[in-house]
Design a protein around this ligand. Sequence first.
Ligand SMILES: [Zn+2]
Length: 245
Amino acid sequence: MFKKRYLLILLIILVIAVYGFVSISQMANPDGTNLNNNSKMAREVIANNSAEDLGTVEVIKNLGNPDSSKKIAYVVGVHPLENDTHKTLLKLLPQQTDLDYSYDIYVINVTEDFSSYGKLLPDDNPGRDTGQNLAYKYVYPKIVNGSYELAVDVHAHGGAYPYNTFVFSPVDGGLGESYGRNVSQSTENVSYYNPYQTTSGPYLTIPLNQHGVPAFYFEENSFISQDIKDRHMLELINGVDHLKL
Ligand SMILES: [Zn+2]
């Protein structure tokens, strides 16, 4: 009899403790992005949809291991059309709890004239131009002056390339290329393939490579299933984290 009551009290205490913990976690993370209980994670708005910008830019800081002295930047949203792959990174990177380096994600959000795969505008170019301009105006100066070891610009494509999933630096012969090749070698499904034609290179990855921050593209096929996109993105995240910087 005594034992039963004892067990019951123990159970009630346990339930209250778990409920309290979950409530506190939810209060701290109302949008569910901070899943690794990383108290150093911070968001900063860099550009807020002024009349000439037609979009916003923000940075999510201190993901991965914020105590690391090595910082890497990811960029999403340069081409708004490709947002399924951007969302995949935004979902998965904040969930990782065992990364060695510190990560910031720059998020460009074009608010006018943007398309997405499956919902194409007749003319996608205004949204693409806006994203590229926001990258050059706001993201490039932050990364080039931000003590980053590497920048990864995340894109997607419609299947017109010989590989579904690949990385490349638009500048041959530098650290951007060698980091990209290392990531490809250490992953199962990420190829190294330079198509030698990008519209966005001059707005971000080319000047970064030319001014001291190695940078490469990640490209994913928008038309493969989400679970495979997730798997490929985790390969990228871990491949980048295993680079010797
Ligand atoms: Zn693109």
